[in-house]
Design a protein around this ligand. Structure first.
Ligand code: ATP
Length: 234
């Protein structure tokens, strides 16, 4: 479904991604794990057209995305839930959700779409009329995920969704990702909770210094000595 080939990207003269290769099949939940600064966010930003690739190729469902703009990539079926939620704090929750229908095809039937998405997020439904900035961190994260779903993505990309959440909310967030995947949405996940993430995913890649150094199933990576030492603290 997603095929990343020899992807290079960076900031100005600083190259961060050094010929990255990975793929995500339809229906999978896949993670990229790596230390701070390894290039995880840079990878996600490049996939979503926020950063331009300097070399290499991103293909989604057989279509080349590398030169598309970010809104065209949303239209193609990929939505990112960015780190830090990035809601519009002075807009209501409802308006934040409607902004998720930025994708052209999602603009029709906005109300039905919102009703369907909110079935999973009863707390968000209760707060539709409130300003997004007045919500707790956990509620804001749920709004960010709901907004992402409003675009009807086939691939949903999460960047550190559990940052700033309490352990209980982290559990809930993982459960929501599990349910979204069970509904048939393919998921690419970057997460600091490596142990929980590897228990959830089908496959993962380890990213170090802008390169993939290891690939495996969730259980294989959980048992891998390098992963244990570097990312699981034992
Ligand atoms: P983290 O968990 O810290 O977010 P990451 O794996 O997502 O780590 P990136 O954010 O992709 O890492 O950063 C990779 C490298 O790019 C780092 O060396 C970082 O300092 C650098 N970098 C990130 N954003 C910028 C920017 N806007 N301008 C210049 N350099 C940047």
């Amino acid at each position: 479904m997603l095929e990343v080939t020899n992807l290079c990207a960076g900031y100005g003269k600083t190259q961060v991604l050094e010929r990255l290769n990975f793929h995500v099949e339809a229906g999978e939940v896949v993670t990229l794990i790596g230390a701070n600064g390894a290039g995880k966010t840079t990878t996600l930003k490049t996939l979503c057209g926020i950063l331009k690739a300097t070399e290499g190729r991103v293909a989604f469902e057989g279509r080349e995305l590398t030169r598309l703009r970010s809104y065209e990539i949303v239209d193609a079926g990929i939505t990112m839930i960015p780190e830090g939620r990035q809601l519009f704090p002075n807009f209501t929750v409802r308006d934040n959700l409607i902004m998720g229908t930025y994708k052209r095809a999602a603009r029709t039937g906005v109300q039905q779409r919102m009703d369907a998405v909110l079935e999973r997020f009863p707390r968000v439904r209760e707060r539709l009329g409130q300003l997004a900035g007045s919500l707790s961190g956990g509620e804001q994260q749920m709004v960010a995920i709901a907004r992402g779903l409003m675009a009807q993505p086939r691939l949903l990309v999460f960047d550190e969704p559990s940052v700033g959440l309490s352990p209980l909310l982290v559990e809930q967030m993982f459960e929501i990702i599990r349910q979204i995947a069970a509904d048939g949405v393919t998921v690419l996940l970057v997460e600091q909770n490596v142990f929980q993430t590897l228990q959830l995913v089908d496959r993962g890649y380890v990213l170090e210094n802008g390169r993939i150094v290891l690939e495996g199933s969730g259980p294989d990576l959980l048992a891998d000595p390098h992963v244990k030492r570097a990312y699981l603290g034992h």
